[in-house]
Design a protein around this ligand. Structure first.
Ligand code: M6R
Length: 364
C-alpha cells in the first residue's frame, strides 16, 4: 500500500508530480483553463465584489497563497479566515460575496459550519475538496476537486499543492473570463503552471540533500521560518508541518516583522529556515537574513537557482529550479515537507500518525 515507501507521507510527497498533473491537465482546453467539466460557469463572478477564503490548518495556508493570486489577477479584495473563528464572528457576507472553502477531507466540522453559515447569508459558495461526495462538496454551490488521490498521512502534503493548483486555475480562468487577463497572458500563465510539474520532480531529486540537512534539526527544540510575501505564507505551512510531526516548536514570521520583538529570541545556534524565493523582495529578505546571522543563528537558506547569496549568511543552502516568483511556492512546499518528514524520522517518531491528531477533524 505504501508503494515501497517506508511511510505514507513520503509516498504522498513523491506523488506530487502526478497529483498536480491529474489536477491541472483535465482543466485545459485550447491552452486555456476550463471548468466546463466541473460545471463551474463563467457567470460565477457576476456581481461578486469580494472573496472570502475559509479553511483550517494546511488548507487555510493554501488559501493564503490563493489570496495573493486572486487579488493580483481579479483585482477583488480577498480575505482568508480561519474557519473556527469565522463561524463565530457574525461575518459580513452577502450575495455579492464568493466564499471559497478549502478542505482535503471535505468533512472538517468548522469548515463545514463556515460554509453553511455563508450559504445562509446568501453568499455564493465554491469549495476545493479532495474527497469526492464529502459533506463540504455536497453543501457547496460549486466544487472544484483536487485530484490528488487518497491522502493517508495525517500531515497534508499532496493535497496542499493540488489546492494551490486549483486556486491558480481559478485565478486564471476568472481573470480571463472577467476580461482582466488577456488571452495570451492567460495562456502564458498556464504554460508556467504546467512547468511546475517537471520542476517539482527536480526538487524531489534533492531528497537526500534535505535528509542530511534535517539531521541538524533533530536535537533542536525551537526554530523559525521566515519569509516575505508568498514565502511568508509558505513559512506558516513549513512551521505547521514541522510541529505536527516532529514535535519541535517553531514559529513562522514575516521576515520584516522580526525586529519588532521576536529578534530577541534569535540567539546563537537557533535554526532559522529562511525562504528567499521571491525576486521582488530578495534584497530585503537578504538584509533580514543578515540580521539573524549577525546573532549567530543557524541559517538554512532556500533560494531559486541563479540568485546570488553570500556564503557568510547561511549554514546550508537549498537551491530550487529557476521559476517565476508566483510559482516558487510549489517547489518550496516540497522542500519544507521533506524537511519535516526527515526531522520526524530522525527523531524516531510516528511520522504518519502523530500524537493527539486525527486526519479528519469532524468535531469542532
Ligand atoms: O481535511 P481538511 O483539509 O479540511 O483538514 C484541515 C486541517 O485539519 C489539516 O490541513 C491539518 O492542518 C493537517 N493535518 C496539516 O498537515
Amino acid at each position: 500500500k505504501k508503494g515501497g515507501y517506508p511511510h505514507f507521507m513520503l509516498k504522498e510527497i513523491h506523488e506530487q508530480p502526478d497529483s498536480l498533473r491529474n489536477t491541472i491537465l483535465p482543466r485545459i482546453q485550447n491552452k486555456l483553463p476550463d471548468f466546463t467539466a466541473d460545471n463551474i460557469p463563467d457567470s460565477l463572478f457576476d456581481g461578486i465584489t469580494r472573496i472570502v477564503i475559509t479553511a483550517c490548518g494546511t488548507a487555510m495556508h493554501a488559501g493564503l497563497i490563493g489570496r495573493a493570486m486572486l487579488e493580483k489577477l481579479l483585482r477583488l479584495p480577498v480575505t482568508v479566515e480561519v474557519a473556527s473563528e469565522f463561524r463565530y464572528q457574525d461575518p459580513i457576507i452577502d450575495k455579492n460575496t464568493l466564499v471559497i472553502t478549502i478542505s482535503q477531507s471535505g468533512e472538517t466540522a468548522d469548515t463545514l459550519a463556515a460554509l453553511k453559515l455563508s450559504r445562509e447569508r446568501g453568499a455564493s459558495t465554491l469549495s476545493i475538496v479532495n474527497v469526492k461526495g464529502s459533506s463540504i462538496a455536497r453543501e457547496s454551490d460549486y466544487v472544484l476537486y483536487t485530484h490528488a488521490g487518497p491522502e493517508i498521512a495525517v500531515a497534508s502534503t499532496k493535497a496542499y499543492t493540488a489546492q494551490l493548483a486549483c486556486l491558480y486555475l481559478l485565478a486564471f480562468r476568472f481573470g480571463f473570463a472577467t476580461g482582466k487577463l488577456e488571452k495570451e497572458v492567460c495562456m502564458d500563465e498556464m504554460q508556467q503552471l504546467l512547468s511546475i510539474i517537471p520542476a517539482v520532480e527536480e526538487t524531489l531529486a534533492q531528497d537526500k540533500v534535505i535528509e542530511e540537512i534535517s539531521k541538524q534539526l533533530t536535537e533542536k527544540e525551537d526554530l523559525f521560518f521566515i519569509g516575505r510575501g508568498l514565502d511568508y505564507a509558505l513559512s506558516c505551512e513549513g512551521s505547521i508541518k514541522l510541529k505536527e510531526i516532529s514535535y519541535i516548536h517553531s514559529e513562522a514570521y514575516a521576515a520584516g516583522e522580526l525586529k519588532h520583538g521576536t529578534l530577541s529570541l534569535v540567539t546563537e545556534g537557533v535554526p532559522v529556515v529562511a525562504l528567499a524565493t521571491q525576486q521582488k523582495v530578495y534584497s530585503k529578505m537578504i538584509s533580514n537574513i543578515r540580521e539573524v546571522k549577525a546573532r549567530n543563528a543557524f541559517v538554512i537558506l532556500i533560494t531559486i537557482d541563479g540568485q546570488e547569496a553570500e556564503p557568510s549568511i547561511y549554514d546550508y543552502h537549498i537551491s530550487l529550479p529557476e521559476i517565476k516568483d508566483d510559482y516558487a511556492p510549489f517547489l518550496a512546499a516540497v522542500v519544507l515537507q521533506l524537511l519535516a518528514y526527515y526531522t520526524s524520522l530522525h527523531r524516531g517518531l510516528n511520522v504518519d500518525q502523530p500524537r493527539n491528531l486525527a486526519k479528519s477533524v469532524t468535531v469542532e
